[in-house]
Design a binder for this molecule. Structure first.
Ligand SMILES: Cc1cc2nc3c(=O)[nH]c(=O)nc-3n(C[C@H](O)[C@H](O)[C@H](O)COP(=O)(O)OP(=O)(O)OC[C@H]3O[C@@H](n4cnc5c(N)ncnc54)[C@H](O)[C@@H]3O)c2cc1C
Length: 457
């Protein structure tokens, strides 16, 4: 939808092809099964959304999304202890993915020239290895197969994208693929939140994070307040530490298997509104279309179709938005003319570099992680160890030093880049080390803590 609204400014006709039917309201749909799970939209992505579709944030908060300041509204148990809730300029927009999609769709489809072809499946690319000229589609209700000609085809079909195979059929050599697979499984349940005091702000985003350096499987728990007075709780565990599918065992994992029982304690007395939903779509997978010696004019591959992340870092949507912002910069510089596709595909890859490294350098540390990569930062033990030491040193100090926290939160929310944070001020702050005492217990306000009181033992 972001891509469609961007392209509408450069051409008079954009057709969105989707094999799904778009629901009228903020409902889940078959083509985005991951939408039932907690979807954190960090400020790095939210800002791009707002720039491309002004007014979206206001519509979201009007529909009940919470704008949670980060890290002031973050209660997080990190491998280095509780994160101090420093005042800062980052945030997350907390709502369900169906509300986010519905709102973005509403905004994007108002753009003149954008139309949708629902229940229409993309089958293959048309054209040659030098130039993609369209896409062959099948209308699912009639079975009719037709050709849609286009000056530019953009594949945003998600993790299941067949672009690599389609390109091979046109004679483009197979693009290199990197994967890091921790075997992570997601389990999610939605609860009716307790009624909060009328003058209190939004409840914090609560997370209990795995310690990749501890040697065992990683187990996480996240609680996010969403619209409609609900809390969405997502548990996740890497190979050997997967969360259970059974409803009866959900709370036990949240209270006993993760490193701190806070998330489980917060929901122990609450009414579950849903069954437990699970997902295994968590492999980090990157296809290096940017490294091919030749790239056809008229084709772009964006979002999960090009780079998909382990969702535990909450980076997928924001990274996809950054990819669209990268295309916008190329369009502004050179328009829809020759050379756009190759330059934009490379820019999209650069925009994914940081979130890719942040996710995969942590994930390779879990037992049983399966890695296919030529990147020495992931595969060479000495390079990986140096990388790990630097990342751990920064994360440890960030929990208790505001300057370092600002840099770490900037990266976590994809608001800044790894290159941008490397300043003399950050080095000096790292040298100063922790400036606040460690929190011995969850840093909750008295109002937030009161919600724990009703939890059964
Ligand atoms: C369990 C889980 C939790 C996640 N949590 C987060 C999170 O907290 N924060 C975050 O930022 N990201 C999260 N993500 C990642 C996020 O869901 C994706 O990064 C994001 O949806 C990618 O958007 P996309 O447009 O590339 O693809 P998708 O959103 O997957 O959309 C693909 C679209 O293509 C359509 N389609 C597919 N194939 C065809 C075809 N052949 N023809 C026509 N249409 C087709 C589908 O119907 C769908 O509409 C999570 C992912 C998972 C699996």
């Amino acid at each position: 939808m972001l891509t469609a609204s961007l392209l509408a400014r450069y051409t008079d006709s954009v057709t969105v092809v989707d094999r799904d039917t778009y629901p009228e309201g903020p409902e889940p749909r078959k083509g985005v099964p991951q939408a039932r799970h907690c979807h954190i939209l960090w400020s790095g992505g939210a800002r791009v959304l707002e720039e491309l579709l002004p007014g979206t944030q206001r519509r979201l908060t009007g529909a009940g999304a919470h704008r949670i300041p980060i890290p002031a509204g973050l209660v997080s148990y990190t491998p280095f202890g509780w994160q101090h809730r420093f005042a800062d300029e980052q945030y997350t927009l907390a709502c369900t993915r169906p509300l986010l999609d519905h709102t973005v769709r509403h905004q994007a489809l108002r753009e003149p020239g954008v139309t949708v072809a629902e229940r229409t499946e993309a089958l293959e690319l048309c054209g040659t290895a030098d130039r993609v000229t369209g896409v062959r589609v099948r209308e699912l209700d009639t079975g009719t197969v037709r050709r849609l000609d286009a000056d530019l085809v953009v594949d945003t079909s998600g993790r299941g994208s067949a672009a690599r195979r389609w390109l091979e059929r046109l004679g483009v050599p197979a693009a290199e693929e990197e994967t890091v697979d921790t075997g992570m499984v997601y389990a999610t349940r939605v609860f009716q939140a307790p009624r909060a005091a009328p003058d209190s702000g939004p409840f914090p985003l609560v997370s209990v994070l795995a310690d990749p350096g501890a040697g065992g499987p990683g187990r996480n728990a996240v609680l996010m307040p969403v619209e409609g007075g609900r809390w969405i709780v997502t548990l996740s565990g890497t190979r050997g530490g997967e969360p259970p599918a059974a409803e009866a065992d959900f709370l036990g994992y949240a209270r006993g298997a993760v490193r701190h029982p806070l998330v489980g304690d917060l929901v122990a007395a609450l009414e579950p509104l849903t069954p437990v939903w699970r997902s295994r779509s968590t492999v980090n997978r990157r296809v290096h279309y940017d490294r091919l010696p030749r790239w056809p004019e008229g084709l772009l591959v964006l979002g999960d179709a090009a780079t998909a992340f382990n969702p535990v870092y909450g980076h997928g949507m924001s990274a996809a938005a950054r990819g669209v912002a990268a295309v916008e910069r190329e369009l502004r510089a050179r328009g829809l003319g020759p050379g756009l596709a190759r330059a934009a595909q490379r820019a999209v890859a650069r925009a994914a570099d940081d979130p890719w490294l942040l996710a995969t350098s942590g994930d390779v540390r879990y037992p049983g992680a399966r890695v296919t990569s030529r990147d020495p930062r992931l595969t060479d033990p000495a390079t990986a160890a140096a990388q790990r030491r630097a990342a751990d040193a920064m994360s440890a100090v960030a929990t208790r030093n505001q300057e370092v926290s600002r840099a770490a939160v900037g990266l976590m929310t994809l608001s800044t880049t790894i290159a941008q944070i490397q300043t003399p001020a950050l080095l000096a702050a790292l040298r100063r080390g922790p400036e606040r005492p460690a929190h011995p217990s969850p840093p909750l306000t008295s109002g937030e803590r009161a919600l724990l009181a009703s939890a059964p033992a």
